[in-house]
Design a protein around this ligand. Structure first.
Ligand code: GLN
Length: 307
């Protein structure tokens, strides 16, 4: 008998939607602050080709730091193991936009998911692509199946206007000879990759290769099996910043969050989940997305680290 995934999503969606809203929608830029806090979508894509949705799963939202997962994959494809000379793979235990460890660690970013590491990754892409923004959009379009992929110009502009902290991080890397490109060019590309809108359904689809040993369902190899395991490991240990210990305790899946309120979680060998609910906890991760994933992981009897 096949598992009743649709009824699982429906039950979890109904239960978590009925709970009181905790947390606060990201308000550091006006374009994100305006989002309806009650939006709540879930999508599950399976490696056998089936997919399931619940709630607002087909409404686009700002992917924000979930973009860091896809730029990491692009950089792994281009640089192989050499990438890890540019960025580490240790959890940071600090906020996603923190500078504090850079000072103590020669400007070497702890991992590709905090802003410092993500900027190092985008810097690496800018070094290799004549049109890095186009390359990122094309890669995301190919994986997600979205035909008309674009950048939300209002979100991108707001990010740029409120981007001094990210520019400070980039300059810090540059001061340590870890940044070979123009800071303005790399931060612009980074702000724009964060400002891509996608739906839960598209994001679950885009990340599905990570559940499928590095291959998209049409057989295209995106990452080698070894690189896929490495990416999942970095997601498990660093995907939710300083909230990752609690997340692994409650959910136990490799995941990546964004301040738009989305979280992608991977069920290796099974499928990929994306949950979206805009209000964030104190660490900048979606409160209800975590609650939903916690219920799903419980029902599927996920064992952290074994999966
Ligand atoms: N654009 C945001 C920033 O760099 C992304 C942060 C996030 O989603 N955690 O501050």
């Amino acid at each position: 008998m096949s598992f009743a995934y649709q009824s699982l999503l429906d039950r979890v969606h109904a239960e978590v939607a009925a709970r009181p809203v905790r947390g606060k929608v990201a308000d550091y830029i006006p374009a994100l602050a305006r989002i309806d806090a009650s939006r709540f979508g879930m999508a599950l894509a399976l490696v056998d080709g089936r997919s399931f949705v619940a709630g607002d799963a087909t409404e686009p939202f700002s992917i924000q730091s979930m973009s860091k997962l896809f730029t990491l994959v692009m950089a792994q494809r281009l640089y192989g193991d050499e990438l890890w000379q540019r960025v580490g793979r240790e959890p940071s235990g600090t906020a996603f936009n923190s500078l504090v460890q850079l000072e103590h660690e020669d400007g070497f970013p702890r991992n590709p998911f905090i802003n410092a590491g993500a900027l190092a990754v985008t810097n690496a892409l800018v070094s290799r692509y004549a049109q890095p923004e186009r390359a990122i959009l094309d890669f995301m379009a190919g994986l997600s199946g979205r035909k008309k992929i674009f950048i939300d110009e209002e979100v991108a502009r707001s990010e740029e206007q409120h981007g001094d902290r990210n520019r400070a991080i980039a300059y810090f890397l540059k001061a340590h000879n870890r940044f070979e490109n123009d800071v303005a060019e790399v931060t612009r590309t980074y702000f724009r990759q964060c400002a891509i809108p996608l739906t839960c359904q598209e994001l679950a689809q885009a990340a599905l290769f990570l559940a499928n040993n590095g291959c998209a369902l049409d057989g295209t190899r995106i990452l080698s099996p070894a690189q896929t395991r490495q990416t999942l490991a970095v997601m498990l240990t660093c995907g939710l910043y300083d909230g990752v210990g609690d997340f692994v305790f409650r959910v136990g899946l490799p995941a990546k969050s964004g301040v738009g309120g989305g979280i992608i979680a991977i069920l290796p060998g099974v499928g990929s989940l994306c949950v979206w609910s805009p209000p964030l906890d104190a660490r900048g991760n979606s409160a209800k997305a975590i609650e939903a994933l916690e219920l799903i992981a419980g029902e599927l009897a996920v064992v952290p680290g074994v999966l």
